[in-house]
Design a binder for this molecule. Structure first.
Ligand SMILES: Nc1ncnc2c1ncn2[C@@H]1O[C@H](COP(=O)(O)OP(=O)(O)OP(=O)(O)O)[C@@H](O)[C@H]1O
Ligand SMILES: [Mg+2]
Length: 406
């Protein structure tokens, strides 16, 4: 069986090229008595008849969150043609960051205290002044600040790429930041300060990589190559939280930010429709990410995994609502649901069996001249010319470290 994978792309060229190269090295493989082969194609935006039949079996989407045409095309091919999507545009559209906070709070995760406050500047609608006059209660921003506690963060309820994120240490700053928030609908969230570890995890299907992250550093230096920076229990907790978020919302390509302070894990951000997988950000972890993406796509197709459009909250909330289970016991139960959702066991069998050769192929390709040319081209298009040499060497070093660690 030949399976066509479509890539819906924006400006990025690094990971798609690596993905294409690696997918080509999968070759023909056997799974559950049938032979499979992958083919990759970049998708072009064009008008479409809602009844047309797409050729794709699976699509990896990177722009639907921002652009309506591809987003609506993705919905059509999922609803009408059972095309498998990474990610699920339905739940990403209806369940942004805010819904994710709500759901994870109900599951008992340690999301910092968060309030939603009305727009400073409501979007214009001619009926709005009357509605607001009748029904909008005046409120005391200072009181909310005191309730949440200072310092705190103001962030748009649907978030992304640090847009509109700010910090306030006192009432005056809160007032000022709120005034600046304009037409954005904002959360006010208690800051988790003095944390020991900022863990950013990237999940691709059933795989999750938990990485040491420094948000205040420039892009190229945010992910650090560090191992064992969490205790095994904390590592499992951070990983489980990421998997739970993804299984709950049926997202398969997402990053999750957790702050670890004095042994407690506080998840603060976990709804990224298009997580950063640039080689210039991920460097050492880039080969893992691309290999995982190829493996997961291959698994979904060979296994005939069905894309689920909707969210089934019930089994999760049944556990979350139980008063007799501790936080740890609930996490354990959620992990079982997440592993079932991601078919963790079958996936491990798949990776160790028909796709076992991919690790060696990745090792070979990421050490090749072809990859080096891609790296150099990416550095050239990312940094100013006086930095090309420095950064080329910087990334070469990190990728050789990955290669040595294999
Ligand atoms: N409650 C918090 N406590 C401590 N730091 C926070 C908190 N909320 C946000 N931050 C800081 O602000 C940054 C941006 O916030 P957040 O991740 O929620 O926004 P975002 O727009 O989704 O960012 P991105 O898309 O880059 O991940 C975080 O990476 C973190 O450094
Ligand atoms: Mg974030």
């Amino acid at each position: 069986m030949k399976h066509l994978i479509g890539l819906v792309l924006g400006a990025e060229d690094d990971w798609p090229t690596a993905f294409e190269a690696l997918a080509a090295r999968v070759g023909s493989f056997e799974w559950r008595g049938e032979r499979h082969e992958l083919e990759i194609e970049r998708v072009f935006n064009e008008p479409f008849d809602l009844r047309y039949k797409p050729r794709y079996s699976l699509v990896v989407d990177r722009v639907g969150w921002w652009y309506l045409l591809p987003r609506e095309w993705l919905k059509k091919i999922a609803l009408m043609d059972d095309v498998y999507l990474l990610n699920n545009p339905f739940t990403f559209q209806s369940m942004e960051k805010h819904s994710a906070y709500c759901a994870m709070m109900r599951l008992g995760l340690k999301v910092p205290d968060t309030w939603l406050i009305p727009h400073k500047q409501p979007p214009w609608n001619e009926r709005f002044p009357t509605t607001a006059e009748r029904y909008n209660r005046s409120f005391d921003l200072n009181e909310i600040g005191e309730n949440v506690g200072f310092p705190l963060y103001l962030k748009p309820f649907d978030g992304g790429q640090w847009r509109g994120v700010s910090r306030a240490r006192n009432q005056e700053e809160l007032r000022r930041r709120y005034d600046e928030s304009g037409e954005q609908l904002m959360h006010v969230q208690s800051a988790v300060d003095d944390f020991d570890v900022f863990a950013r995890s990237l999940s691709i299907g059933a795989e999750t990589m938990v990485m040491w992250f420094e948000p205040d550093k420039p892009m190229y230096d945010r992910y650090h190559v560090k191992h064992d920076f969490l205790t095994p229990e904390q590592g499992l907790e951070v990983e489980t939280i990421s998997k739970v978020v993804n299984a709950f919302f049926r997202w398969e390509f997402n990053s999750c930010e957790s702050l670890v302070r004095e042994g407690e894990v506080f998840p603060i951000d976990y709804a990224n429709a298009s997580p950063d997988v640039a080689v210039t950000s991920l460097h050492y972890y880039f080969p893992w990410a691309i290999t995982a993406l190829v493996r997961w796509c291959a698994f979904c197709l060979a296994e005939g995994r069905r894309m689920r459009i909707d969210v089934d909250t019930r089994p999760w909330f049944e556990i979350g609502d139980r008063g007799d289970l501790s936080y740890e016991e609930k996490l354990h139960e959620y992990r079982l649901l997440a592993d079932e959702h991601f078919q963790t066991e079958a996936y491990a069998e798949f990776c160790a069996g028909p796709l076992a050769h991919l690790e060696a192929a990745a090792h070979e390709w990421f050490g090749s001249d072809e990859f080096d040319r891609l790296l150099v081209a990416t550095v050239r298009s990312t940094f100013p010319s006086h930095e090309h040499e420095k950064f080329t060497e910087h990334y070469r070093g990190l990728l050789s470290a990955w290669s040595r660690d294999r």
